[in-house]
Each structure stands twice: as structure tokens, then as C-alpha cells.
Write a protein that binds this ligand. Structure first.
Ligand code: SF4
Ligand code: SF4
Length: 386
């Protein structure tokens, strides 16, 4: 992408720094007696922990720093996200893992399920069992019962009681956050977008490490207002005519920023993230009326991850994002040895081909070894977009 002079709103920096500075904030929270729950996945219902007055935190899993440590126990030919998650725990290098009183895993892919068994030898791990399908009559009641089993675990582990009114309040708080994050990333529907894909990711990723909700909401509002103001003043961080791409696939952030850099340095811009770092997590809200456990189960059952079979919700969201963000094409990132996403690539390819949308899939890991190859493939794809 051609270099354009652009002064980032200061609040952007606060999101970029959030993960690092969050360590100290987390330490301070622990010193005040806060209970902390470490999580890995978008299927984990954070509302349950918020209802109990606990602090949920995403555990480190996006760098290759501890993969050699993990490979002493885990097979090398395993998804880097799983190896990194385990590696940070055994090497004691993730402060968030260190501060977690409870870790909640989930039965998504086989690699993670089996890794949680090993993790359970060093931390208190509760595994949330998920159905394998969103369709049929049995999945919803099954997930409701699993959410209630999680509630029982949390109540016992922390000596708290989760009343339905607390859960409804937590659902409303999380919905408010989702609405604001969605309002933020939907700014990139503008042509050209008011931020690069890397800048958008910085806020999406960093917002997970802001633990004070009112402060987080205020920072998000400020960021949205700053971007609109910069736009009105004529700031254009993205060149007019840059090809607009939607990103899909495995979770992005940390080491995999290299994929976004390869794309944006080749002249295109990521306008939306369908994956878990973005819209898959923030596009929908939990219903605020009726039984809150049922509402939570309905919401989480609807997450369009490839571990579900079939997985129509991913297609629905991806198609909608392509329309709303006027995409010129779609890039998928698949982490090495992630079988569910790698196989679902065929479904995505034919779905996009029917819509006449060009598609590129890139397989990668957390190392820097393939940066040159990623750049070559991204540049060749962008050239075909005209
Ligand atoms: S891609 Fe699927 S398994 Fe991975 S974090 Fe997202 S919902 Fe969880
Ligand atoms: S990226 Fe794929 S293999 Fe890795 S943890 Fe997520 S679903 Fe499992």
C-alpha cells in the first residue's frame, strides 16, 4: 500500500499496548482479591464469569516463543495455537495463565481437547463440552446443561452464587461492548476505509486485554470519534482504489500479523475480519429477554466455527461482510495442521466462486520462515484483482 501520512488517534496506541500494560493491571486486580478465569476460545461464555464478578482473560497463544518447550511433550505436527497455548503454560511465561485461578477450555478441535488433559495436570481446568452440530433438536438442551455445569464449577471454585439477574446484567454489559466494537470496525465500510486492517486488528485484539468495562467502552467511543474526526479533516490512511479484502479462517493476531502485513504491503487493505478476532465474535448479540441460560446457549451455538458440522453460519456471515464492506476478494488464513479449517476451505471456495469473488487461502504457522512466500502469494493474488 502506498505510504500515506497519517497521525494515529492516541487511543489506538492504548489498544496496541493493552496486552502488555494489562499484565500490571491484572496484578493489581489480583492484589485486590479478584478471581481470574483464563480462556482460549470464542465459545467460552464470558458472561458467566462477569455475572460472578470474576475477571476473564484471553490466555497467551499467538507467539512462537514457547513452542519448542511445548514440542517436548506435544507432537510437532500440531496447530501452533495449541502448542503455544500449552507452551506458555508449562514454561510459566504467560502472566495471565499465572494469575488464572481457573482455566476454561472447550471441546472444539481434537488437538485442543487432548491438550486440556495435559494442562489439567498443572492448572485447575474445566472443559466445556460443546455439541458437534448446530442443527437438530438435541444440541441446544445439551449446551444449556453444559453452561449450567460451568456455573456449578465457577460457584464451587470461587465460593460465589450466580443469580439469573446477575447473568442478565452481564449479558447486557457484553452486548453493549459488542455493539461498540461492531460500530468501530464497521467504519471500514467507508471507501477508502479510515484505518488499515492492521490498525483495525490492533484495536480488536487489544480490547480483550482491557479489564475495566466502563474504561474500555469509553476508549472505544473515543477511538470511533477520533477516526470520524480525522476523516472529516481529510486524513486518508488508505489509498483510494486499494483493493478491499475480507479476512476469514483461523484466529488472527500476534505472530500471524505477518499475513496482514504481507497483504497490505502489497497494496490491498483488510476491511473486515470474519474470523474470531473480529465479526465472528462481535456481529451478533445475546438475546436479553427470557431465560438467560437459554439465550446464552442459543448465541454460542450460533458461532460459525469450522468445528461445527455443518457450519452454515460462517457462510452467512462471510457473504454478508463481503456485501456490506464491498469486498473485492477474500483471503483465508489457515494455521498449519488445523484440519477443520483446511477442509472447510473447499466449501468456502465454492461459496465464493458462486458469488464471483476471488479467493486466496494461505497456510501458515507462527514462525517468520514463510514471510517471503506469503508476500509473493499475496502480491500475485492482488495483481489478479485488477
Ligand atoms: S476458531 Fe473456533 S475453536 Fe478457534 S477460537 Fe474461534 S471458535 Fe474457538
Ligand atoms: S486453529 Fe484449528 S487446530 Fe488450531 S486450535 Fe483452532 S480449531 Fe484447533
Amino acid at each position: 500500500m502506498p505510504k500515506v501520512e497519517f497521525k494515529l488517534p492516541e487511543t489506538f496506541e492504548s489498544f496496541g499496548e493493552a496486552r502488555k500494560s494489562g499484565f500490571l493491571k491484572m496484578k493489581a486486580l489480583k492484589e485486590k482479591g479478584a478471581g481470574v478465569v483464563g480462556v482460549f476460545c470464542v465459545y467460552t461464555p464470558l458472561e458467566v464469569f462477569l455475572a460472578a464478578g470474576l475477571v476473564p482473560v484471553s490466555l497467551c497463544s499467538t507467539s512462537d516463543e514457547t513452542i519448542p518447550e511445548a514440542e517436548k511433550t506435544l507432537p510437532r505436527n500440531l496447530c501452533p495455537l495449541i502448542k503455544a497455548s500449552y507452551g506458555f503454560a508449562v514454561a510459566d511465561k504467560c502472566p495471565y495463565m499465572y494469575f488464572s485461578d481457573l482455566v476454561v477450555g472447550e471441546t472444539t478441535c481434537d488437538g485442543k481437547k487432548k491438550m486440556y488433559e495435559l494442562l489439567g495436570q498443572i492448572k485447575d481446568v474445566h472443559v466445556l463440552n460443546l455439541p458437534q452440530t448446530q442443527s437438530g433438536q438435541r444440541s441446544l438442551p445439551f449446551l444449556i446443561s453444559e453452561l449450567k455445569a460451568l456455573k456449578d464449577k465457577v460457584e464451587t471454585a470461587f465460593g460465589v452464587t450466580i443469580a439469573e439477574a446477575d447473568l442478565t446484567r452481564a449479558i447486557k454489559e457484553k452486548n453493549a461492548e459488542k455493539r461498540l466494537i461492531k460500530e468501530f470496525y464497521e467504519l471500514s465500510q467507508m471507501d477508502p476505509p479510515p484505518m488499515t486492517g492492521l490498525q483495525q486488528l490492533q484495536v480488536l485484539f487489544g480490547s480483550q486485554f482491557k479489564f475495566d468495562l466502563p474504561e474500555k467502552l469509553a476508549d472505544l467511543r473515543q477511538t470511533i470519534d477520533d477516526l470520524k474526526e480525522a476523516r472529516a479533516k481529510g486524513e486518508r490512511p488508505v489509498a483510494k482504489g486499494a483493493k478491499r479484502l475480507v479476512m476469514t479462517g483461523c484466529p488472527t493476531g500476534g505472530a500471524t500479523e505477518k499475513v496482514i502485513k504481507a497483504i497490505e504491503e502489497s497494496g490491498a487493505v483488510i476491511v473486515a475480519y470474519e474470523n474470531c478476532t473480529g465479526a465472528r465474535q462481535y456481529d451478533r448479540e445475546v438475546r436479553e429477554d427470557g431465560d438467560p441460560w437459554e439465550a446464552l446457549a442459543e448465541y454460542y451455538l450460533g458461532v460459525g466455527c469450522s468445528v461445527m458440522t455443518p457450519n452454515p453460519n460462517r457462510l452467512e456471515l462471510l457473504g454478508r461482510l463481503c456485501r456490506e464492506f464491498k469486498a473485492d476478494g477474500v483471503v483465508e488464513m489457515v494455521l498449519q495442521a488445523c484440519h477443520t479449517y483446511a477442509i472447510e476451505t473447499q466449501t468456502i471456495r465454492s461459496f465464493l466462486s458462486d458469488k464471483g469473488l476471488p479467493f486466496l487461502t494461505l497456510e501458515t504457522d507462527y514462525s517468520a520462515g514463510d514471510v517471503g512466500q506469503l508476500k509473493t502469494r499475496a502480491a500475485a493474488f492482488i495483481e489478479t484483482l485488477g
